[in-house]
Design a binder for this molecule. Structure first.
Ligand code: PMP
Length: 396
């Protein structure tokens, strides 16, 4: 290894570890369901994005297995050569129906979907107004586009309006876009989409909503844009297929001309192999399940409300979540990591989230209840929280 690289790595790793900012990764031995096994130990799992339990759904597993028998395990090529299977076309039609748009396009992950979609439309002559708490993949997509990125204070509509006005009236930019997460995953709060749409209309902004944590969760399963009834107002409805939908991938839903453009100009669509057939068939079926019944959605909310009430009653700071995401805000990074470690020892897996994922001094243990948890599991988790919270002086 180059001496410069060796020195760079050692110095920076030591620095991170010293600050308690190095997150160790614990491999899960088996399925990522409501109970997981790590290091041979069974734990109540409060850290997955498997909101509806679909990642381990038996019907979806069977559909994936049968599809693999027929199509094999890989798509064999990028979408524009001959990697577009009839299954991809069906999936994209289903996603458009799900999101109430004319068309949709799928990508290999939610992360590369943001990189792809932003950079396909925006360039160095444009500006992007981006909520300061937007996901890393949005930040990277903005950078890749080379547009001027202007951050606005989190969900601060006055700040957005002022910055939109300034950007548009400066005459410096060709197009101006506003980008926001639909649900902010670290706090569980919603973007103020009705106000954002109003500002966008006033200044002719392109609207872009990444609803990775909203699909399957908000709008009776159809997402945050549907929750606010704004399907016709948002230009880019972005989502991931890896959270509530339970598999992997990302998508953009929007007008046909937008999707046609992304098919010829978004680089992961052109240069990275298509989603595998088993996954595509399972995703299509999962979307259909969410459209057909709100049973899992309702169970998710019931469990979310139950966990929140339990932790709040004990005196924890659970923030202002408007979704089942339940942060338990502790503050100090080291204490947060110690808290999570003690939960682990007591049989609860709830990962600590610290800087740089969240601002310094706002470390938290984030709980993600799912439709697959039982009341008994949640009761047991709340009991452990009480024990650890008292022991570490987080609650009295
Ligand atoms: N956008 C947001 C808002 C996310 O939370 C995530 C996942 N952490 C992504 C995009 C990336 O999605 P994926 O995991 O499918 O790559």
């Amino acid at each position: 290894m180059s001496q410069k690289l060796e020195a760079f790595l050692n110095e920076n790793l030591e620095d991170l570890r010293g600050q308690g900012l190095y997150n160790e990764i614990d491999p899960v031995e088996g399925a990522n369901g409501p109970i997981i096994k790590i290091g041979g130990k069974d734990l109540i799992n409060l850290s997955s994005n498997n909101y509806l339990g679909l990642a381990t759904n038996d019907d979806l597993k069977k559909i994936a297995q049968e599809t693999i028998e027929k199509y094999g395990v890989g798509a064999g090529a990028v979408r524009t050569i001959n990697g577009t299977l009839d299954l991809h076309v069906k999936l994209e039609e289903k996603l458009a129906e799900f999101k109430g748009t004319e068309a949709a396009i799928s990508y290999q992950s939610g992360f590369n979907c943001n990189m792809a979609a932003i950079s396909a439309v925006m360039d160095k002559n444009d500006a992007i107004l981006s909520d300061e708490l937007n996901h890393a993949s949005i930040i990277d997509g903005c950078r890749l586009s080379r547009a001027k990125t202007i951050r606005f204070n989190h969900s601060d509509m006055e700040d957005l309006r002022a910055k939109a006005k300034e950007a548009v009236e400066s005459g410096q930019y060709n197009k101006v876009m506003v980008i926001t997460d639909g649900v902010f995953s670290m706090d569980g709060d919603l973007a103020k989409l009705p106000e954002i749409v109003e500002i966008a209309k006033e200044f002719d902004l392109i609207t872009y909503v990444d609803d990775a944590h909203g699909s399957g969760v908000m709008g009776k399963g159809k997402g945050t844009v549907k929750h606010f009834g704004l399907e016709k107002e948002i230009d880019f409805q972005i989502g991931t297929l890896s959270k509530a939908i339970g598999v992997v991938g990302g998508y953009v839903a929007g007008k046909k001309n937008l999707i046609d453009w992304l098919k010829v100009r978004s680089r992961p669509f052109l240069f990275s192999t298509a989603l595998p057939p088993g996954d595509v068939a399972a995703i299509t079926a999962a979307v259909q399940m969410i459209m057909d019944s709100t049973e899992l959605h309702d169970k998710l909310w019931e469990n979310g409300d139950y966990l929140k009430a339990g932790l709040k009653k004990l005196g924890f700071n659970i923030g202002n979540s408007e979704t089942p995401i339940t942060p338990c805000i502790i503050g100090d990074e080291k204490l947060t990591q110690q808290f999570s470690k003690r939960l682990f020892e007591e049989g609860v897996y709830a990962k600590s989230i610290v800087f740089p994922t969240v601002p310094k001094g706002t470390g938290r243990v984030r709980n993600m209840p799912t439709a697959a948890h039982t009341k008994e599991m949640l009761d047991q988790a709340i009991e452990v929280y009480e024990k650890v919270g008292k022991e570490l002086g987080v609650i009295s």
